[in-house]
Design a binder for this molecule. Sequence first.
Ligand code: G3P
Ligand code: MG
Length: 355
Amino acid sequence: ITTPLTPITDPDVADNFAFAFDIDGVLIRGGRPIPEAIEAMKVLNGENEFGIKVPYIFLTNGGGKFEKERCEDLSQQLEIEVSPGQFICGHTPMREFADRYGTVLVVGGEGETCRAVAEGYGFRDVITPGDILKANAATAPFRKLTESERSASRDLLARGGRLSDIVVEAVFVFADSRDWASDLQIMLDIAQSRGGRLETRSATFTEGPPIYFSHNDVLWSSAHEHARLGMGALRKMVETVFEDTSGGRRLRTHAFGKPQVSTFEFATRLLQQWRAAQHGLAESEPPATVYFVGDTPESDIRGTNAMNDKSRHTEWYSLLVKTGVYQAGTEPKYKPRKLVDTVLDAVNHGIRREM
Ligand code: G3P
Ligand code: MG
């Protein structure tokens, strides 16, 4: 008996097109599925008039959890099996920076989770705002660590060390800040430091380490009827307050996630691998079209449209839904190829356009 080297091609699979989904405002809102999302997944999994299965991946700017854990949540919410092999979140590309920097500050997320995610990516020396506050409570006068936060935080002063012995080589905002005031203060301190050395001040304000945000969404769609402030708003605050307190000097930070073209290119590669692993399609033959369903014109539609030039093997086709940040009746800043009510309409539109 010989084992085939590649999986057998799934006979019912669509080989020429695929879907990619934004999550918040398209499939989920405030931790609950948008009702049409469950039906949309069924349609993709073969419950459609043509009896075909359509490959799909998820591409969210959100984060703050291990990819595996987030996939488990999504599997339960959408009543399907979601694998990390079809999932990209805002901080996923940060794993490629783990070897580049020694000591890093990781900001955002619940409790100690983002430290654990960063260490899981291979970052060797991760400190958090909580560690700094534990060492010097005067850093943010109105932020008091709880007992459990204090005991979970690292002791940066162990063995007689001082904060000024520590040099932060880069700052990574992995997920939404849970305390904007103290996180802003600490990021600003590091941006204005002498080469990332804690508790120091640069004379020129030009020596701070790089600051990376996992995405740039100023707004996102959660349980509230109106969109909520996201990480992009914190990014604006860091840059604006830096300028105001550094004699007008500008701070340039970096953002991953959508709408960066590199994020969509990463997604195209993941989709090719997923189609091969899951459906037995040739990895060297990309789909002609990827339908991307999003709710935020500035990140989802802008990025998808940038992938729409003829020089690429795969054309990305933007679909904007009305269940999230975009408000029906308004003019979206970036125009989708097709505006639809819900993700179910988006899926049906793509399949009918192909068949
Ligand atoms: O923080 C989450 C967010 O800004 C957007 O998530 O799934 O809409 O890309 P998503
Ligand atoms: Mg969204």
